[in-house]
Design a protein around this ligand. Structure first.
Ligand code: SF4
Length: 166
C-alpha cells in the first residue's frame, strides 16, 4: 500500500465509524447503484457544495475564506447538521493544518438549509485531540484487516452495510 496521508475526509469518517475509515482509505468503494445507499454522506455533502468557492491548500480544500474585522475566517458548508461532530472535527483539522503553515484562522460551520451557523475556534485541547485522532487514523489504515463491524446508528443507511452485515 502506498503511503497514506490523513485528510479531512478521513477525519470526518473517523467520528462516524472506524471501520469505514479503513474501508475508505483502502478504496473499497461500495456499489453506488445500490438503492439502499448513503455513500454518500460525505460525497453527497461534497457535491452539494460544488458551486461554492473552494480553495486548495496542500491536501486540504477549504470552502470559503474571507477577512472579517482583520481575522481570517474559514467556512465549511454542510448540507445538514446530522453529522455535526464530524463536520466540527473536520473544520478544526483544517484550522490546525493552516496554523501549522503559519496561518491563524477562525472557522464557521454553516448549515444554510437549516439557517444555522456555528463559530469554531481551535484550542490547545483541540490540537491535542487532533494529534491523537491523526495517530489513531494512521494506526487504523495500516491494519491488515478492517476493524470489526460494530452496529451503530449510521449502519442502516451506510453503503457498506451489506459488506459488514450480510
Ligand atoms: S455498515 Fe456500519 S459498521 Fe459497516 S462501515 Fe457502515 S457504519 Fe461502519
Amino acid at each position: 500500500m502506498k503511503d497514506m496521508k490523513v485528510n479531512g475526509t478521513l477525519i470526518w469518517y473517523y467520528f462516524i465509524c472506524k471501520r469505514e475509515v479503513w474501508l475508505m482509505s483502502h478504496q473499497l468503494i461500495p456499489d453506488q447503484e445500490n438503492s439502499n445507499i448513503d455513500i454518500g454522506r460525505f460525497l453527497h455533502e461534497e457535491s452539494y457544495k460544488r458551486d461554492k468557492k473552494e480553495i486548495s491548500l496542500g491536501n486540504i480544500i477549504i470552502d470559503v475564506m474571507k477577512k472579517e474585522n482583520g481575522e481570517l475566517i474559514v467556512g465549511e458548508v454542510k448540507k445538514s447538521s446530522r453529522f455535526k461532530e464530524s463536520a466540527r472535527m473536520q473544520l478544526l483539522y483544517y484550522l490546525k493544518e493552516l496554523k501549522d503553515k503559519g496561518i491563524v484562522a477562525k472557522g464557521v460551520l454553516m448549515f444554510p438549509k437549516e439557517k444555522e451557523r456555528e463559530e469554531i475556534e481551535l484550542t490547545k485541547e483541540d490540537e491535542k485531540e487532533l494529534d491523537k485522532v491523526v495517530r489513531d487514523i494512521l494506526r487504523i489504515i495500516y491494519l491488515d484487516k478492517p476493524p470489526k463491524a460494530i452496529k451503530n446508528k449510521y449502519c442502516k443507511k451506510c453503503a457498506y452495510s451489506e459488506l459488514c452485515f450480510s
